[in-house]
Design a binder for this molecule. Sequence first.
Ligand code: GLU
Length: 287
Amino acid sequence: MRTRFAPSPTGPLHLGHAYAAILAHDMAHASGGQFLLRIEDIDQSRARPAWETQIYDDLTWLGLTWPTPVLRQSDRLPLYRAALKHLWARGLLYPCTCNRRDIAAAATAPQEGTPLHGPDGIVYPGTCRHIPGTTQPLPDTALRLNAARALNVLRHRPLAKPLWFTETGSTAPQTHTIAPAAFLDTVGDIVLARRDMGTSYHLSVTLDDAAQHITHVTRGTDLFQATQIHVLLQHLLHLPTPTYHHHNLIRDNHGKRLAKRDDARAIATYRAAGDTPHDIRRRVGLA
Ligand code: GLU
């Protein structure tokens, strides 16, 4: 078993991160496997070296170990670009110039009914999908996956089977099948390369889990709906599908999930107040 913890260095790690990291670490070690760390720093406008240093420091203090060198997404931009090129050459991407406001306006037009929300917000209404004449990605545009085409390509492969993944986060392992019609309605044409980044969370995480040979992806239930995107990308890019284990989120006293800016629950705050690593384990229910 190979698991991973994949934080973004955009703020202090809090109790929710401690839970995710310790869970991934303990699951791997309980089966004689390996725990890996990955720094998800594609959002260079928010990532800071100081937060990355603090991640290493907090996790080491918690007693976790991982092989080095650590994979950092900012070192892998050429690989993300190569995957985009491959999808582009197969006619599965199109450039999109819409901003959030354009999307909200198009999706709430009277003839559209109530806009549906998917893993990335409002399901894209398709405004830029059929703009003809683009033979190569333009600079300064986002690239979206043409989901209908992608699903169609997969449906017409020899021996095509439904897309599915195994989820072990609930009590008994479950198989989740991805229905193409539901995918189009509730996920749609997601952005695979953001204008400002040249990649996206979905593309990078899919490529990196495969590159790190992750067998069990452990992460919060907030990312459950995104998993169908990752499984679709795995099939398009000929990558294996790991097992997924979506765990509950640690919440504050008011039932709200913890945020990066919630310094009161930062691991460093508990540390400074005299907590031991065991106290942190106890706080998140993994002692
Ligand atoms: N980088 C993501 C986060 O900090 C985690 C993504 C994942 O585990 O797939 O929320």
